[in-house]
Design a protein around this ligand. Structure first.
Ligand code: LMR
Length: 331
């Protein structure tokens, strides 16, 4: 009798896992923003393409909204192999020792996505990825979000309006000096904690593109959003190098193709996503949008330019000059 039960159990197991069936390769992809943002949508699109094109040999598990790791944890988790793929904002690479990425944080460096792409798609973008290799990280692509605006509970029209405000920033020394140049008090904080910090008054404001502002519901806790467009949120899609190099070559090639198409998708939708989010903020009636005249914007830019000089040694003069050449920026 016992033997019969044993035989039945063995048969059931054999049916559940047919000989030769292989477990899929799992890519955990963690990010900190909402699903309905440029990055959230592009991550989901990459998952779809990767799974379809590998016929299920690869499974991509996307963890949005800091649900697996948050800022300050995710880079180490990637290096340790607890997660295989991330898409952090390039403003978060300083603590890793790759401070040249803070070139993107120099205020008013980019006037348009075209200028930004000249840098990400050109030699500077490639050289920055090269710097990650010694840290056990491979850079795969750059994804756009958009241009940052300043928010607070008081109207911000002139740089002087920022004086004394506690402003949340990402972990970038360049952003720290940008806020100080405006007379504000910068406070580094994980993205997942910003809403509550605004709600409780731990910070007075922040800088983000409308898509992040709206999907994190910051319009519920910020009365004003000034369209300063003073900087960008750009992402680097990165993977654990050992994991990536260890993939079967055909799978890696297929995934590279899926990433290329997901990148095109990300960069095609980013502008419109931000326009829609800004319209939604306006429609909520909770946050007043402050449009700045060209003269008003010029005043913000004038203050910020000193930040470029101040950070020359941190970001690297050569890198800055290479970017000036691409963007035509004149200090
Ligand atoms: C932030 O921390 O403000 C942003 O980098 C979040 C993100 O990933 O867009």
């Amino acid at each position: 009798m016992k033997f019969r039960w044993f035989a039945i159990a063995v048969m059931a197991l054999a049916l559940a896992a047919p000989a030769g069936a292989q477990q899929p390769i799992v890519i955990k992809f963690s990010h900190v923003v909402a699903v309905n943002t440029p990055k959230g949508k592009a991550a989901d699109y990459f998952k779809k393409l990767a799974e379809e094109r590998t016929n299920g040999k690869v499974k991509v598990e996307v963890y949005p909204n800091s649900s697996l790791f948050k800022d300050g944890e995710e880079m180490e988790a990637l290096q340790l192999g607890s997660v295989q793929m991330l898409a952090p904002s390039v403003s978060k690479f300083g603590p890793l020792g790759a401070r040249e990425f803070e070139i993107f944080d120099l205020p008013y460096m980019f006037d348009s996505f075209d200028e930004l792409h000249k840098v990400t798609d050109g030699p500077v973008g490639k050289a920055l990825f090269k710097k990650l290799e010694s840290k056990g990280i491979t850079g795969l692509a750059y994804w756009d979000n958009g241009f940052k605006d300043m928010s607070a509970n008081k109207p911000l029209r002139k740089p002087e309006d920022m004086k004394g405000l506690k402003m949340r920033i990402q972990s970038s020394k360049v952003l720290e000096s940008e806020m100080r140049a405006y007379g504000a008090l910068p406070q580094v904080m994980a993205f997942s904690e910003v809403y509550q910090a605004m709600q409780t008054g731990v910070v007075d404001g922040s800088e983000n593109p409308p898509s992040n502002f709206y999907t994190q519901k910051m319009h519920e806790v910020q009365k004003y959003l000034a369209l300063t467009d003073h900087g960008v949120i750009e992402y680097a899609v990165i993977v654990n190098k050992k994991f990536w190099d260890g993939l079967p070559a055909d799978i890696r090639t297929t995934l590279e193709g899926a990433m290329k198409d997901a990148t095109k998708y990300a960069n095609d939708i980013a502008k419109k996503e931000n326009e829609d989010a800004l319209a939604a903020v306006k429609a909520s009636g909770k946050t007043e949008i402050i449009a700045l005249s060209p003269q008003e914007k010029a005043a913000w830019k004038k203050v910020a330019v000193a930040v470029h000089k101040e950070n020359e040694s941190r970001v690297g003069r050569e890198t800055i000059e290479a970017v000036y050449k691409e963007t035509g920026f004149k200090p």
